[in-house]
Write a protein that binds this ligand. Sequence first.
Ligand SMILES: [Zn+2]
Length: 237
Amino acid sequence: MLAAAKANNISEYSITEHASQFREPRESIRFGSIHPNGRIFRSLKEYNDEFRKADQLAYPGMKINRGLEVDFSPRFEKKVGEFVNQEAWDILLCSVHEFEDGKDIEKIVRGIVDPASAHEHWREYLRLERMALESDFVPFKVLSHPVRITRASKIAPPELDELLLDLARVARRRNKALELNGRDIDYAPELVRRLAIACSKAGCRVSLGSDAHHPREVFRNVKTAMALVKEFDLESG
Ligand SMILES: [Zn+2]
């Protein structure tokens, strides 16, 4: 991943493993959404050791940020917070992957063809994201992939632009950035554009992330996101 970042001339690279990929929270919390495979870290120490190794590889001119992507859900907000807040992090992303009952957003919504039901799920998803922005469970800077539900359902409610604007206003007030996510740009470029417009109207910051899970995905669609930043005169970082 670092070599891929270097090849793209990235001067600062953030690695944000999912909090659900650590043994302790994985075992004690039944996350509604997890990666079925991939490495499980025994402890934060094991994760930190990887960063020490990365530093030894010495990519001159590239700063490596040690971070996590932390799931938000009211049902385990406190518990995840306690795990993550054992340490200080260079960057924390927050994301919503499940509904309040613990059901995986993507799995539940996929296949729903009834518009009324799809709309309700979208509203519920955005409500949880507003809740996440209001929460101090971990000191995160970025709400990650805010329109990820579109991967499961394209049937968005008619008032979607207002909902996105609401979300962006909360983000602005809470001093959080909304992510223009490289993976979301892959399958819903128009929606990410609408998100960018909402951010511009609300004056909230955006963050550009590739959501890379493999070296080939590093820097994915970041140029497209940068074009949105320019077009709508957004503040990134
Ligand atoms: Zn995620």
